[in-house]
Write a protein that binds this ligand. Structure first.
Ligand code: GUN
Length: 290
């Protein structure tokens, strides 16, 4: 294996430590405690794990954590009323409504009801527009975490050829905007791209966010490229089908033989997402207090 392993777990711990220091200074100097409200509708097991981790890490950073768990049958109007209350609550600086929402709720309507200044997911249409036009936005946490790892590894990204595989609103599209903002030449590819392998092989920076386990193999990677694997896929264990394991969108072993640097799964992009959520909450709090 030739590639340097980019340790997202360690980097995320550093970011959380920096956030905690700022929070302590805000508290000591101004009596301000940043607050994050997380709203979970229903009992999706993966979402419950995420929400538990978010609550724990928010508290560890010294922030106030407000959890709202609603029944899966909660009417849309009730959720919108809760969002309105959180928008008006001065102790709440960040609001996150966990996705996916039950099918009877219009997710876009709920997200766009969040005060854009408290939209720590960066999903509100105002923040999407601000990011796309290079203005001060709250930026989606997963692509922000990827950008931080890339800047940490490379310094300047200017002039690099970046290929983002995946076109989701949560990762692919904002990732492309962020890389453009750092002066990369950006291609957004996806599962329907013709000759995806040839497109990937052009990349100095290859971001995989397509949601297909181990789809990207080593022969799609340009020698020396940096590979950022956003995928988190649970698959059956090869030796014991009763057990499962987590894999990324990249086939780790073959990609690591060719790449210059690569993020592992788990322990790469995943831990950075919550660290960036805490950083966004701190940013929202600082902006709210001028
Ligand atoms: N579900 C899975 N990831 C996320 C995320 O980053 N934000 C929200 N709101 N829901 C999610």
């Amino acid at each position: 294996m030739a590639a340097t392993i980019i340790d997202g777990k360690a980097f995320a711990a550093t970011v959380r430590g920096q956030v905690a220091e700022h929070v302590a200074a805000l508290k000591a100097g101004h009596g301000i405690v940043p607050g994050l409200a997380v709203v979970l509708v229903g009992e999706d097991p993966a979402s419950q794990v995420y929400v538990r981790n978010k609550g724990k890490q928010t508290a560890e950073a010294g922030m106030a954590s407000f959890e709202h768990k609603l029944d899966a049958a909660t009417p849309e109007a009730e959720l919108l009323a809760l969002v309105a209350r959180l928008n008006a609550d001065p102790a709440v600086h960040g609001i996150l409504v966990q996705l996916p929402l039950p099918a009877h709720i219009d997710a876009a309507k709920v997200i766009n009801a969040i005060d854009p200044a408290k939209d720590v997911d960066g999903f509100h249409i105002s923040n999407v527009g601000l990011l796309a036009t290079g203005q001060k936005a709250l930026v989606p946490c997963t692509p922000l975490g990827c950008l931080m790892m890339l800047r940490d590894h490379h310094g300047s990204l200017a002039g690099m050829e970046a290929v983002v595989v995946g076109r989701s609103n949560i990762v692919g599209k904002p990732m492309a905007q962020l890389l453009l903002g750092d002066s990369c030449t950006v291609t957004v590819a996806h599962s329907r791209t013709a000759d995806l392998g040839a497109v990937c092989r052009r990349a100095d920076i290859l971001v995989a966010a397509v949601g297909r386990p181990e789809m990207i193999r080593g022969d799609w990677v340009k020698p020396g490229a940096t590979v950022i694997d956003v995928g988190i896929n649970r698959v059956a264990h090869p030796d014991d089908p009763g057990k499962s394991r987590l894999v990324g969108d990249c086939h780790f072993d073959s990609c690591a033989e060719v790449a210059g640097a690569i993020t592992p799964v788990p322990g790469g992009v995943g831990p950075m997402t919550i660290a960036c959520l805490l950083a966004n909450t701190l940013t929202a709090c600082c902006r709210a207090h001028g």
